[in-house]
Write a protein that binds this ligand. Structure first.
Ligand code: COA
Length: 325
């Protein structure tokens, strides 16, 4: 059977590290509060580089690791809620940067589930058309949509990008997915609103307060635990597997307490969830591929291992994917 296989992974994050103590100097918070409520100790914050810098770096690393040339790339998809422009897409900027002149390139918006949604799309292209390969990246500079005077959101997020190079294969790879959306709940997590201001109306020009990330933390917490648990259960049930068949669960890194609830409710040992939130915070669409790339880089995955990626995010959206490495 034709499958889509992950051949290489890569990540790229800003050099600048902002610790909880650094944040405690600009808002009324503390290392203790942030660590206990979220598990975050520090995050990477851009010193001015825009999202295209990190996603292009990931694409270059992927080509080098997979030992492929730019003109052989068929498809580039970038997931992001913080692109440089409304148009062009980040994927087209990556295409120019790496010289992948034969690729089709476009972006997807599914917030923190974005990488899984992009993988899902690439999997369909590769299995049902002449596409042989794809570069899939999740990348963000969330720091530009954060209100740095709002302690309830500014402590949570970070910048960076991660991605995977995929190829058509005869076995293994992406085995099963469960993705979903619930637009009714979109208002519990928003960012990047731009008002329609023009010379024919009275909307004030300039940055709208809704440009900044707004979140009902408790509602998002409930949404995340409920939907990720349901989604993980469905994937394991429908594939007739248990947590024992899975080497690692790679969850979206939003809050360590969300993962603790999922681990407890599903009776999956916490150590099976790969976590790096303490070093990166929540990087939205980049969080799963950065974690996957770390696992890969550390040599913790062997070909044939089964892994599960699972995430949730704005929209609201969620997605879970079963992969044979
Ligand atoms: N430092 C210190 N105190 C803070 C604070 C901070 N950075 N942020 C909020 N507080 C205060 C609040 O003002 C509140 O004070 P009050 O009781 O005097 O009103 C108190 O801490 C509790 O706030 P609350 O929002 O109830 O805390 P919480 O335990 O729900 O934790 C989150 C807040 C955001 C960490 C948690 O709700 C969460 O992680 N939700 C999910 C968010 C998420 O996953 N978002 C990304 C989706 S992809």
């Amino acid at each position: 059977m034709i499958r889509t296989r992950v051949i290489a992974t890569a990540a790229s994050v800003p050099e600048q590290i902002i610790t909880n103590d650094d944040l405690a100097r600009i808002v009324d918070t503390s290392d203790e509060w942030i660590s206990q409520r979220t598990g975050i100790k520090e995050r990477r914050i851009s010193s001015g580089e825009n999202t295209s810098v990190f996603v292009s770096d990931v694409a270059k690393q992927l080509m080098e690791k997979a030992e492929v040339t730019a003109d052989s790339i068929d498809l580039i998809i970038v997931a992001s809620v913080t692109p440089d422009y409304g148009t062009p897409s980040l994927a087209c900027m990556v295409q120019k940067e790496i010289g992948a002149s034969n690729a089709v390139a476009f972006d997807v918006v599914a917030a923190c589930s974005g990488f899984i949604f992009a993988l899902s799309i690439a999997d369909k292209y590769i299995r049902s058309s002449g596409y042989e390969n794809a570069i899939i990246i999740g990348g963000e500079t969330l720091s530009k949509v954060i209100d740095w005077s709002d302690r309830s959101t500014c402590v949570l997020f970070g910048d960076g990008a991660g991605g995977a190079y995929l190829e058509k294969a005869q076995d293994g790879g992406i085995l099963f997915e469960e993705i979903g959306s619930d637009g009714k709940m979109y208002e519990i997590l928003t960012a990047g609103y731009t008002a329609c201001s023009n010379v024919f109306n009275e909307n004030p020009a300039g940055v709208d307060p809704l440009w900044y990330a707004h979140m009902d933390g408790r509602e998002v917490f409930k949404f995340a635990t409920k939907n990720v648990i349901k989604s993980l259960n469905k994937v394991m049930e429908e594939n007739n597997i248990t947590q024992e068949d899975i080497k690692y669960f790679i969850p979206h890194q939003a809050n360590v307490r969300i993962v603790e609830v999922i681990s407890k409710k599903l009776d999956i040992p916490f150590e099976k969830f790969y976590m790096n939130i303490e070093r990166f915070g929540n990087t939205s669409s980049a969080s799963i591929p950065i974690a996957l790339s770390e696992l890969d880089e550390k040599g913790l995955l062997e070909r044939g291992d089964q892994i599960i990626l699972t995430g949730f995010g704005g929209g609201m959206t969620w997605g879970t994917m079963l992969i044979t490495w």
